[in-house]
Design a protein around this ligand. Structure first.
Ligand code: 13P
Ligand code: SF4
Length: 358
């Protein structure tokens, strides 16, 4: 029989959440001038921007206008690997920069702020994780991309929210038992759908952890025709109310493709920029982080994603600081499970296309 086990000793450390950074607001002319200067720097430094959907809208637009990308973490990893540019500037959080460097050791990878971490990464220290793995040698180790290079180096598979379910379904087909880290909510969601025998690390995302199920029920009553879109890092009772559960890309596609006029969205507010761009006629409502039981630390905005701005992006391009460096031994081990994920994802994508065509 399948089971999901929560080992007693796995108490994720208390994470220090910084306040959301306040960047000076640029006037229209200042914004235009800053973007023009950065575009020139990108060209002169042979650099390309790789940004996440949760970053500032100005950064997202600049990334696209300058030939870079705005994407989810799976596509960010893939996009970085197929670029000719010698430098990748990753606007997101640290694990995204590390993944880019692991996949592209010959490239220089810069980030606007190297302190831009992630509560999932912070909540899974490599030494404690290695000890957990040592205790369960009969389990296949699957780690979420939101982890350090050292944790990835100890894994068999890396997954993102966009490919976790197909990969664990594949492992289930082979009768494997899974040791999963660090996100307990994504882990139990995947466990529930696949029925796999899973050991779960007890990490969580401080942003998605704040969505409130009871307050969401109330908002749904006010908007009975709205579709509820939920990122799987959210608590089970919030996921349980979703019409669509998926990666940031999947949630954006849902707004574009579903016929509903109204959407209640449970993920970081940065995603609304792309949703509004692609579906300007849809009404988008933030899922509640306040209400019953509210202790909001983030109010649906990742403080670490907020550390990326035009100002510090320009600085790193000017001075070449904030380079991601990975120990070559760690890199050699970590690249295998990441590449395994990318290969699996491209085969999966191809199979899905073929199935649609037949
Ligand atoms: P996605 O891969 O769905 O973009 O998620 C990354 C993330 O950190 C969500 O909090
Ligand atoms: Fe990490 Fe959560 Fe921020 Fe995503 S939103 S980077 S999971 S802290």
């Amino acid at each position: 029989m399948s089971r999901s086990v929560i080992p007693e000793q796995l108490k994720s450390p208390k994470i220090q959440v910084p306040p959301h950074p306040q960047w000076p607001i640029l006037t229209g002319a200042e914004l235009h001038a800053a973007k023009t200067r950065i575009k020139k720097l990108l060209t002169s430094r042979d650099a390309v921007l790789v940004a996440h959907y949760y970053t500032d809208p100005d950064l997202q637009e600049l990334a696209e206008e300058s030939g870079g990308c705005v994407a989810d973490s799976l596509e960010m990893a893939r996009f970085g690997s197929v670029q000719k540019a010698k430098t990748l500037v990753v606007c997101g959080v640290r694990f995204m920069g590390e993944t880019a460097k692991i996949l592209n050791p010959e490239k220089r990878v810069l980030m606007p702020d190297l302190n831009a971490t992630c509560s999932l990464d912070e909540g899974c220290p490599a030494d404690e994780f290695a000890h957990f793995c040592d205790q369960h040698p009969d389990h296949t180790v699957v780690v979420y991309a939101n982890t350090s290079a050292e944790v990835k180096a100890r894994s068999d598979w890396v997954v993102t929210s966009g490919i976790a379910l197909p990969i664990v379904t594949y492992l289930a087909g082979k009768g494997e038992k899974v040791l999963w880290a660090p996100d307990k909510h994504l882990g139990s969601y995947v466990q529930k759908l696949t029925g796999v025998d899973m050991l779960l690390w007890q990490g969580s995302c401080v942003v998605h952890e704040e969505f409130k199920a009871v307050a969401l029920e109330r908002i749904r009553k006010l908007h009975p025709d709205a579709a509820v879109l939920v990122h799987p890092e959210s608590p089970e009772a919030v996921i349980g109310q979703a019409d669509v559960v998926g990666s940031t890309t999947a949630l954006i596609q849902a707004v574009q493709n579903m016929e509903n006029k109204t959407f209640i969205v449970a993920t970081d507010g940065g995603i609304f920029h792309k949703m509004k761009q692609l579906a300007p006629d849809k009404l988008l409502i933030e899922a509640p982080t306040a209400g019953e039981g509210a202790t909001c630390q983030s109010c649906a905005h990742c403080p670490w994603m907020g550390m990326n701005a035009l100002q510090n992006l320009e600085q790193v391009l000017l001075n070449g600081e904030n380079e991601i460096i990975i120990d070559p031994e760690i890199r050699e081990k970590a690249v295998l499970p990441i590449q395994r994920m990318l290969d699996f994802a491209s085969n999966h994508q191809r199979d899905k296309k073929n199935n649609r065509a037949t």
